[in-house]
Design a protein around this ligand. Structure first.
Ligand SMILES: Cc1cc2nc3c(=O)[nH]c(=O)nc-3n(C[C@H](O)[C@H](O)[C@H](O)COP(=O)(O)OP(=O)(O)OC[C@H]3O[C@@H](n4cnc5c(N)ncnc54)[C@H](O)[C@@H]3O)c2cc1C
Length: 287
């Protein structure tokens, strides 16, 4: 029986495992290899790691975790998580089970892109959704903002002191995206084309894994799992971190590597705190 099983090997889960390992808690980290930024070549806005390849970041984190003897990492997909006895049983694809007193979910979100040919190949490269992550790289160039509604104005205003020109587009008018060595050619439904350095477009996020919801963890209107200020969900013994979870007072998660890392650390601290609280003698009792 592990002290905790961490499900998810992105920044949130890796940091949670590191914090638990440093506290000599037995922890199993399970990772199916499905990362939200799986197509990203260079991630930005992370102190000391600006421009890092996310795969390198994960690989270095795994090397660091290997120094902690109470941490076990397994590349495996989880099929189910069910309450059992004093904790939880986690079933992996293919049948094996693992047991833990507590679970940290760090299973992330998946993004559904508009079905526009050529878009997916550029996602996280020349096509992005967040100017904090991928805006500066287009400084002085022309970018398209293919986002409908109020959000489009916000993205345009974020970009306009940064880029030479913002081309507003209705995503419904976009027929295909061609990758060129120095940018994108946008093919419109009316037959016209437009060359740009990059494009911002919206994607529809949803939970990558159903387990937290199945266990009865409260879900917020954003689709995120509700957590308190240190990562506890509404179900005792179940914690969540990273893009999949946020406080009820926030409109949504802060989608970034730094925020996911911070949330993973908090959830691990919450595990340790709750573990200790359960072992402390009630006030007035000798220990
Ligand atoms: C295109 C794009 C570009 C981005 N660029 C930046 C950037 O430049 N800078 C920045 O700060 N942020 C960036 N982000 C945001 C950043 O990538 C996310 O905020 C961050 O990756 C969230 O980390 P996470 O640990 O919550 O989830 P993820 O990194 O998505 O990890 C989820 C983990 O859960 C695992 N998992 C899911 N289901 C199962 C299962 N059934 N069994 C086992 N494991 C499972 C997955 O395998 C994975 O290991 C970008 C996001 C996108 C989409």
């Amino acid at each position: 029986m592990y002290d905790a099983i961490v499900i998810g090997g992105g920044p949130a889960g890796l940091q949670a495992a590191l914090t638990l390992g440093r506290m000599h808690r037995s922890v199993l980290l399970l990772d199916s290899g499905d990362y939200r930024n799986g197509t990203v070549a260079h991630a930005h806005n992370l102190l000391t790691n600006d421009g890092v390849a996310p795969a390198d970041l994960r690989s270095r984190a795994r090397t660091e975790l290997a120094k902690y003897p109470t941490v076990r990492l397994r590349d495996a997909a989880v099929d189910s998580v069910t309450p059992s006895g004093e904790g939880f049983t986690v079933t992996l694809t293919g049948g094996p089970e693992a047991h833990a007193a507590r679970i940290i979910f760090a299973t992330g979100m998946r993004d559904e892109l508009p079905p526009i040919p050529g878009l997916a190949a550029e996602w996280g490269r020349r096509v992005a959704q967040c100017p904090f992550c991928h805006g500066h790289e287009f400084a002085g160039e022309t970018v398209a903002v293919a986002i409908a509604g109020e959000h489009a104005q916000m993205i345009r205003l974020m970009l306009d002191p940064m880029v030479a020109e913002v081309v507003p587009l209705d995503p419904a008018d976009l027929a295909a995206v061609d990758s060129e060595p120095d940018g994108l050619v946008l093919r419109m439904r009316d037959g016209s084309t437009r060359a740009v350095a990059g494009m911002f477009i919206g994607a529809t996020p949803s939970q990558r894994a159903p387990f937290a919801e199945r266990l009865g963890c409260r879900t917020l209107p954003s689709g995120g799992i509700e957590i308190d200020d240190i990562g506890r969900t509404s179900v005792p013994g179940v914690y969540a971190a990273g893009d999949m979870a946020h406080l009820a007072t926030a409109a949504g998660p802060m989608v970034s590597l730094a925020a996911a890392i911070a949330a993973g650390q908090l959830a691990a601290v919450a595990v340790v705190r709750d573990q200790i609280a359960s072992r402390m003698a009630p006030a007035g009792h000798a220990v």
